[in-house]
Design a protein around this ligand. Structure first.
Ligand code: GDP
Ligand code: MG
Length: 370
């Protein structure tokens, strides 16, 4: 995006913003310091000062997406799968998330007090799996709207005594649109009225055909209440992870997405980040959405202080100058100065957009007004 505000242009050509505003006024345009100018308008103003605008395509360094670069194949290693649980209301999503956490997290983690940070990790057969503890639908809709993909695998929970319901179908559509593999958890198998065959039958109509019936979808009958079948579900997640080969490069600066964030009375801005690539470290200069700072403290999902967090790890951080939003991207920078510059530019853009002043002056509108 080749655009600058009047203020930014003024800075670049070493002029006062008021001078640019006056020039625009003479061209018939009423502008403020925050007015966004497009490439043609910039060239016109610049030429008035005998300044040539470089033709090279500039990378917009304030766009955090540009830092989500791909790594060379040899730098990649296996990372834990990131899993979201979706399904119709009351089919057992929360119970399943709690059940997985309670049965798995306590094993081998002496005195591990689980704290709610919006995501957690469990270990199955020596391998980690990351669960997003946020409502699956929200995670999909807000994050997909920003083009941010954070989920690798969706667990579709369907109550065996209730079958496919409207939000079940909605969940399938979200997962399909995001091209995320689905594992079906046929829940509440402990109930008298449970009928797994009916669930399988109904899901066939939505393109999810069980392996037992010649299809490709994994179905796991389980009970989130009794814990029966949960180990099988975790094994199936590992299986899908092995097939899909989720990888990342731990030896680079971290990038990822905000899971949740809020203002804490004592600690200030607190954000749970999911590291998607690289390793996040204490002291890292960071831009998170429209906020920035230095990673002051990091706490993992067990409530323990950690010094670093690798790919697919959820971690709660403090040290930001403001509260970011769920779904915001984060990027670690080389030095604090760059992080501050990018962060402030992003905050400024957000402010301008918020005030509704982001009207674009193009050459056409300039001429229209002449
Ligand atoms: P959510 O709306 O999908 O998060 O559903 P919840 O986890 O809140 O569960 C809804 C209700 O179903 C609660 O009363 C749970 O105790 C119950 N429930 C969830 N899983 C099971 C299960 O496997 N068996 C039985 N019998 N009840 C369950
Ligand atoms: Mg729930």
């Amino acid at each position: 995006s080749e655009s600058l505000t009047v203020g930014e242009l003024a800075k670049k050509i070493y002029r006062e913003p008021s001078e640019i505003i006056k020039k625009l006024f003479l061209l018939g345009v009423m502008a403020t310091i925050n007015q966004v100018l497009d490439k043609d308008a910039i060239e016109l103003i610049a030429s008035e000062y005998g300044v040539e605008v470089e033709e090279e395509i500039k990378i917009d360094t304030t766009d955090l997406e540009v830092y989500f670069t791909e790594d060379s194949e040899e730098s990649l290693i296996e990372r834990p799968s990131v899993v979201t649980i979706m399904g119709h209301v009351d089919h057992g999503k929360t119970t399943l998330l709690d059940s997985i956490r309670n049965t798995k997290v306590t094993e081998g983690e002496a005195g591990g007090i689980t704290q709610h940070i919006g995501a957690y990790q469990v270990v199955e057969n020596g391998k980690k799996i990351t669960f997003l503890d946020t409502p699956g639908h929200a995670a999909f809709t807000t994050m997909r709207a920003r083009g941010a993909k954070i989920t690798d695998i969706t667990i579709l929970v369907v109550a065996a005594d209730d079958g496919v319901m409207p939000q079940t179908v909605e969940a399938i559509n979200h997962a399909k649109a995001a091209e995320v593999p689905i594992i079906v958890a046929v829940n509440k198998m402990d109930k008298e009225a449970a009928n797994a065959d009916r669930v399988m039958q109904e899901l066939t109509e939505h393109g999810l055909v069980s392996e037992a019936w010649g299809g490709e979808t994994i179905f796991v009958p389980l009970s989130a209440k009794t814990g029966e079948g949960i180990d099988t579900l975790l094994e199936m997640i590992l299986l899908v992870g092995e097939v899909e080969e989720y990888k990342a490069n731990p030896n680079r600066k971290a990038v990822g997405t905000v899971i949740e964030a809020q203002l804490d009375k004592g600690r200030g801005s607190v954000a749970t980040l999911l590291v998607q690539n690289g390793t996040l470290k204490i002291g890292d200069p960071i831009v998170v959405g429209h906020t920035f700072g230095r990673v002051r403290a990091m706490v993992n999902d067990k409530g323990r202080r950690v010094k670093e967090a690798g790919p697919s790890t959820p971690v709660e951080i403090t040290g930001l100058n403001d509260v970011p939003q769920a779904g915001d991207r984060f990027v670690v920078f080389e030095d604090e100065k760059t992080a501050r510059q990018v962060g402030e530019a992003r905050a400024q853009t957000a402010l301008v957009a918020h005030r509704g002043e982001k009207s674009i002056v193009s050459l056409e509108t300039l001429f229209d007004q002449l």
